[in-house]
Design a protein around this ligand. Sequence first.
Ligand code: SF4
Length: 234
Amino acid sequence: MKEKDGGPSCSECGIRNCYRRDKTYPPFCLTGKFAAAAEETRKLYRGSGIDGRIARAAAEIEGEYYGRLTRLEETIRFAMKLGVKKLGIASCIGLLDEASLYAKIVRTAGIDTRTVICKVGAIDKTRIGIPEELKVCPGCNESCCNPALQARILNEWGADLNVLIGLCVGHDAIFNRHSKAPAVTFIVKDRVLGHNPAAALYTAKFYYKRVLDEKTFPAPRTISRRKAPERKKK
Ligand code: SF4
């Protein structure tokens, strides 16, 4: 690994002594370098605050159900362990059917729930500075995703926990920044791979090897070829 690459880190470590502590740490190991910070985090997870409660709930689920629960069931068990009464759902418009079914399952578990779609607020993309040509459907009203409003509505409702269903890359970051309640992800969006982004890694050494070559990494589409039609005045 070259110096310009930032040097080796956990992704280049074949030892992983931090897990079982039955080998020797490599010279670049982060566990040794951050020993004092690690102790601070241990206290955080041991404590009675929200980080401690979440850390222990997640570890208990791992221990109690390892390999037996789907992520769907794990998110609901997690909510039950935390004593969640109100579970907010921040959903993508493209996964609203899945969100509706998820809401039904949450209610079956005895937890109140409310869903807010990504297009809430109905603000056309051009109004946040996106050119008409970059819409999926130029010439149409195309509302931008509004994760900050999704979070705000769920904050005002008093959600104890929020669950993300298919928010876009980046919109999830905004939602997490604005959500007062802790937020976990149930579905990550992958428009090409049926919401299974790891499939790109499983196939990256052969079928998807374009991602490992900077010359073949997919380029953005050029917008000049997609001239936007005139928008009809209403
Ligand atoms: S923390 Fe240390 S032992 Fe663990 S994966 Fe990273 S470099 Fe390897």
